[in-house]
Design a protein around this ligand. Sequence first.
Ligand code: BGC
Ligand code: CA
Length: 137
Amino acid sequence: MLRKKLDDFIYYSQHEWVYFSGSFYYISSIMKTWQQSREDCQQKKADLIIINSKEEQDFCKKFQKAMWIGLTETEGVWKWVDGTGLITSFWGPNEPNNYKGRNEDCAVTGYHSGETSWNDGLCETQNFWICEKTMSL
Ligand code: BGC
Ligand code: CA
């Protein structure tokens, strides 16, 4: 069991993932829709990032690009990919706004500059993305 965790740790650290505070993160260098991005993370035995602290939000900022995160809206309610509700949020100025009356149901971090950088965007548009693999030893 500890061996498995150690093997995972070695695997992710050697495959261009970045370690930060208990998780490994993968930052894509190409762009995909939200759903395709999520599928890529799942193929890598991870999922789109769930941001649960200011530290994690700040961590994303340093990659300096707009990236899909694991947060979507269904019937007015924002939920993370693990099914939990949105408690701490980092929406940019005037977001989420369903811009021009469109259903912007997928969230992007790093869209606005500054600490509150999230945008709600159209899920079908293409963006970079960030996967998270939680790793507790
Ligand atoms: C708005 C965003 C919107 C985006 C759509 C931006 O100008 O600030 O809220 O999602 O346009 O392309
Ligand atoms: Ca928006």
